[in-house]
Design a protein around this ligand. Structure first.
Ligand code: P1T
Length: 384
């Protein structure tokens, strides 16, 4: 069966998968092994050492490549390890133009780690093509796009960025964590690398930390595989299994995340105590047209600000929620609330974070797949 031809909702289940060769098990066994017997040096069944390859990880990588419409996938120990591998393609003197609103950990590894190795990062509002172009010079090697952005839900035009990358011979990497491949497949829009924190929607059950990269170009895949093996930040087989299992229900979960996301966003938008709601599904969202063009729906990530826009009010609201859990992370079946300024984005200096809109009053919701009526009752009591 030519599995690439299946619709997305079948590829989550069958993409790149076949029954295990040993006993026909429908799910791949969790191959708990570090090493593999060789008949004589170099003669083996395709596996030598589990830092390089592991059959459970291979099954996950085949699934990831398929659902992101790519040719090659690589799994990492975390989303951050996947980002780390992309930046290790560069050398001192190289420059990167990145989204200015992005996950705090991504900002931290760029600004606090790789800047010390002589790589320059420009954090730019990517809705403004002129601003992006202004920062491109002969040293620029990579455009780093996160869309929708964490936590302000800006939507960056991937096709426009791909055209820019092509014109200047740059690599375009897209962090697709917030959308998931159910909503958006950046390689189909011209990106070179799609990155995931699979910890989120792909895993979907808040029980595993894992990252991934998917690419089409074989040479790029080989360079990234070299880094994956040389640096060794690979996931264990149990983690690979959990993410593969999560992917099987991605489409069903995402449909409910989107429905509940809309219900919660609309509830917040009409609430008299709410000053601002960030969600790309609103026609009034500044990038709504781009979102409509490149995403199949608008997702379950929402940020909002109470009319007081104060630290005290935000802390009071997130601390009084009962169905939403106050926690880092997102994309699991359970609804989570977070306070970016003190949690996920605390590593960004206050002036920089406030300049992009990540104020002390901002609250971020990862809307889960519970009954949306319970979520709205919970928000109603927390906002009263
Ligand atoms: O946590 P890890 O799997 O290493 O992934 C890092 C990462 C990368 N990119 C985006 C867009 C992310 O949101 C994350 C992780 N984010 C959170 C933990 C959070 O609560 O926002």
């Amino acid at each position: 069966m030519a599995k690439k031809k299946l619709y997305f909702n079948s590829r989550t289940i069958h993409g790149g998968q076949q029954p295990d060769k040993a006993y026909g098990s429908v799910m791949p066994p969790v191959y708990f092994t570090s090493t593999y017997a060789q008949e004589k040096p170099g003669t083996h069944l395709g596996y030598e050492y589990s830092r390089s390859h592991n059959p459970t990880r291979s099954a996950l990588e085949a699934s990831l490549a398929n659902i992101e419409s790519g040719a090659h996938a690589l799994a990492f120990a975390s989303g951050m390890a996947a980002i780390d591998a992309v930046i290790k393609l560069l050398k001192p003197g190289d420059e990167v133009v990145s989204t200015n609103d992005l996950y705090g950990g991504t900002y931290r590894i760029f600004d606090k780690m790789f800047a010390a190795y002589g790589i320059t990062f420009h954090f730019v509002p990517m809705g403004d093509m002129g601003a992006v172009e202004k920062h491109i010079n002969t040293n620029t090697k990579l455009l780093w796009v996160e869309t929708p952005t964490n936590p302000l839900m800006q939507v960056i035009d991937i096709k426009a960025m791909a055209a820019l990358a092509e014109a200047h011979k740059l690599l375009l990497a897209v962090d697709n964590t917030f959308a998931s491949p159910y909503l958006q497949r950046p390689l189909e829009l011209g990106a070179d690398i799609v990155m995931h924190s699979a910890t989120k929607y792909l895993g979907g059950h808040s029980d595993v930390v894992l990252g991934s990269l998917v690419v089409n170009d074989t040479d790029l895949a080989n360079r990234l595989a070299f880094i994956q093996n040389a640096s060794g930040a690979v996931p264990g087989p149990m983690d690979a299994f959990l993410v593969l299992r999560g992917i099987k229900t991605l489409h069903v979960r995402m449909q409910r995340h989107c429905e509940n996301g809309r219900a919660v966003a609309e509830f917040l938008a009409q609430h008299p105590n709410i000053q601002k709601v960030y969600w790309p599904g609103f026609e009034t969202h500044p990038n709504h047209e781009v979102a409509k063009a490149q995403m199949d729906d608008f997702g379950g990530m929402i940020s909002f600000v109470h009319k007081d826009n104060s630290l005290e009010k935000a802390v009071a609201i997130v601390s009084s929620l009962q169905v939403f859990t106050l926690a880092e992370s997102l994309g699991g079946v359970e609804s989570l609330a977070g306070h970016p300024a003190s949690m996920t984005h605390a590593s960004i200096p206050k002036e920089k974070r406030e300049k992009t809109g990540v104020t002390d009053g901002l609250i971020r919701l990862s809307v889960g797949i519970e009954d949306s009526k319970d979520l709205i009752v919970d928000l109603t009591q927390a906002l009263s």
